[in-house]
Write a protein that binds this ligand. Sequence first.
Ligand code: NAD
Ligand code: AHE
Ligand code: ZN
Ligand code: ZN
Length: 378
Amino acid sequence: TVGKVITCKAAVAWGPKEQLKVETITVDPPRAGEVRMKVNFTGVCHTDAYTLGGHDPEGLFPVILGHEGCGTVESVGEGVDHVKPGDVVIPLYTAQCRDCKFCRNPKTNLCQKVRATQGAGKMPDGTSRFKCGDKELFHFMGCSTFSEYTVVAGVSVCAVNSTAPQDKVCLLGCGITTGYGAVLNTAKVEEGSTVAVWGLGAVGLAVVMGAVKAKASRIIGVDINPGKFQVAKEFGCTECVNPKDFDKPIQNVLVDMTDGGLDYTFECIGNVHTMRAALEACHKGWGESVIIGVAASGQEISTRPFQLVTGRVWKGTAFGGYKSRDSVPKLVEEYLAGEMKLDEFITGHMPLDKINEVWNPAFDDMHAGRALRTIIDL
Ligand code: NAD
Ligand code: AHE
Ligand code: ZN
Ligand code: ZN
């Protein structure tokens, strides 16, 4: 197949709020600096649903979504020498070129080398490798893993231990890495700290896993779906609260429960009201709140500036602050050494042609709070 156009199946999002359609598409060979890979497994992140829902200001259609994948290299373009055909690889929506101003700064993981073209749904040279008939399709987050084959920039992919189970480590491409790193890299939670987590989906539970690793003394889960509380406790939440059970704002409840507020809070929902609650639940003088959730286009956060004047800190994080190519192979090793959960996040498997069921509300209801990550087997 090297150097040839590949014909394969992909789930195409033709327009916002439409069902995905499994189509036969073509995938061009990788150009210089690019990698073409067979995607073997992909997770489905809330951000895929958010973009399909028309909430992403950068959303473009028609597009191949998906950014939590794992597979094998099929071929590489000129100048790519860090991965080779057959390598087990994970595509990285946060690139790492190791050369730009961002890569050279230890304070950030936000490589900007390919960010502009990535946001425009294109490869770094400004063109697409995907077609359905004669209609060109956009790339998504530099990954497009809802396809049997995809092309990614070399700076946006890393090889991992070839013995790793690809149907598990695909999750390190986004949600789990994000929540875990938010605790360990962005907040740098210290032993004995108190932590609260809004949203007990995969990202929130990865925050809980990070807080356990950091030896937090209390880990309070906050969710309006009490169906999430059992699994949250299995992950290490010491307490769980449902804001619907109280007449007063949840931040007041938490401040009372914790003798003045939390040391660290994390928002893993994408709702500007819970972002405010998470900030205001922080302890005066030192509490820090980290925004992980992605809010819809046009939304803005607010609080009284006095909250910050009196020492609370508001931060955000993307991909858990991990410099991607340096870190993801190490996280795979951490999983293989039994030091990090992944299997526990997987609540279902699905073939590509059933992908719409992942976000079908009827299906979610059936699982009543159990659905964390569904793995699509390509
Ligand atoms: P998810 O849908 O699986 O989980 C969200 C959870 O929030 C659910 O348990 C839901 O019951 C709960 N929830 C919803 N509204 C609530 C409210 N008002 N109060 C309390 N709980 C509420 O989503 P996920 O895949 O875990 O992703 C979580 C968020 O993180 C999304 O916004 C996603 O886009 C974002 N995200 C950000 C990054 C990043 O790099 N910053 C990476 C991955 C995901
Ligand atoms: N494109 C949107 C925002 C989407 C967004 O914030 N994406 C997160 C990753 S979510 C992963 O599930 C992110 O990494 N953002 C940093 C970046 O550079 O995209 C918008 O508002 O335009
Ligand atoms: Zn994601
Ligand atoms: Zn860079």
